[in-house]
Design a protein around this ligand. Sequence first.
Ligand code: R5P
Length: 299
Amino acid sequence: MKPILFDFPNSSLLGATLRENINGEEGKIVIHPFPDGETYLRVQNMVKDRDIIIHSTLFDPNPWILNLLFLADSLRAQGAKRVGLITPYLSYMRQDKVFQTGEALTSKTFAGLLSSYFDYLITVDPHLHRYRSLDEIYSIPTIVVKAAPLLSEWIHKNVGNPFLIGPDEESTQWVKEIAKKLPYIVLSKVRHEDGHVDITWPIGVNLEHKTPVLVDDIISSGATMVQAILHLKTLTPIAPICVAIHPIFAYNAYQNLWDAGVKDIVTTNSIPHPSNQMDLTQLLVEALGAFSNYFPHKG
Ligand code: R5P
């Protein structure tokens, strides 16, 4: 029987292409708030003994995470065989340490929550910094999809004479993999607070005739990219291209990058955004194959 794919909390292009690629049935729910703000939720599909996938980018999850858990729990209560979560952007990964006494280790609490409602989780390049793998905090099977091949393909196809720049040490893993034989450098960054960073450049970087391509996993406040772009202006007249996996673009970040003078801003569709130019569908469908013998399901 076909798997059922729910796209939550809203239907998205990626949810639609995923469903199409696995020939899944469209998951349908009725959801609305009661006058007191509590949630009414009803699943409209027959889910007993069915394989269920919920696609839900966990960007800005606070307003609706509870509804996602209600959905997963009610699917199980109605006899679903398995409830998996595809979340291309996995939030709550950055507080991966108690830096100051009293801080909540939200990454761990969040992982505990998802682990108790889902049978497996598939995500794309989560922010693994102090954790070496999701297994350190997630107790369910997880697959981490690597977006580097997509970024690499886009750059190789669309940029003549690229010079890759990773804005901080954490970006080394992506920049190295994407660069292959292309020239690259990795800068060092000190974050003072949200939206305020200092970046140090090596001496003697020669960008002559090259197109600078800034590569990072996340663009959030945009401060990292903006700092790098402003310094690049002192090194080359060629406008840089920003390439990133997860387009958070908090506050005015997207406009700030354009104002700083970029030529293009390119991201994956892990979070729906006008900058999405790289499609994760195929990588996610391949990852799903590891959890099931029903993909691709035709007929
Ligand atoms: C490291 O901290 C990450 O790889 C990104 O560089 C960071 O999340 C970007 O944040 P922002 O856009 O706020 O500078």
